[in-house]
Design a protein around this ligand. Structure first.
Ligand code: SF4
Ligand code: SF4
Length: 163
């Protein structure tokens, strides 16, 4: 297993984060919210450093579409979560990639994004994916993952699922 590394690109907060809605404001920093896709209710607390912050905006000053708790990262590039400690389950569990692929030399050369999509610039890996992995059945996720690791290993690559 390899540790998941979030680059704070904000893509997930801008996509499924749009389904996080504030239902009620309880205090200046506490909100009652709903995640629309699962219809889950949860309480959130705006963390101290974001107490006076506003939702992120674009260079043109328009609010960034997505989660109302997404903020520009005060420590540098990318985005930050103003309610990190109380963020909902979907955010705690979300992984935008599920496996890291290394070459025989040990260099990272690909990732499996989402559930089944390869991201790579390695042409050999892309070809193996197309011929050996794309045809694998997807009905049993754990079995699919094992088969992918075996197919990669047979061609000198190693696949490590993320934690
Ligand atoms: S989980 Fe992935 S998509 Fe979401 S902010 Fe982190 S790197 Fe970006
Ligand atoms: S609660 Fe935080 S992690 Fe979840 S979508 Fe909003 S900004 Fe992103």
């Amino acid at each position: 297993m390899v540790a998941f590394d979030c680059t704070r690109c904000g893509k997930c907060c801008a996509s499924f984060g749009a389904f996080i809605k504030i239902e009620r404001q309880l205090t200046s920093r506490d909100y009652y919210c709903r995640y629309g896709i699962k219809n889950e209710l949860f309480l959130v607390h705006i963390e101290g450093e974001y107490a006076d912050s506003q939702p992120s905006s674009s260079n043109e000053g328009e609010p960034v579409k997505g989660c109302p708790f997404m903020r520009k990262n005060p420590a540098g590039t990318g985005f930050a979560c103003a309610i990190y400690a109380t963020r909902p389950r979907i955010c705690r569990e979300f992984r935008c990639y599920r496996m890291v692929i290394h070459s025989r030399e040990g260099h990272e050369c690909g990732r499996i994004m989402g559930r089944h999509d390869l991201k790579t610039t390695d042409e050999m890996l892309a070809q193996i994916w197309k011929e050996k992995i794309t045809p694998l059945p997807h009905n049993d996720d754990a079995r699919w993952e094992k088969s992918v690791i075996a197919a990669l290993a047979a061609h000198g690559y190693s696949g490590e699922p993320v934690e």
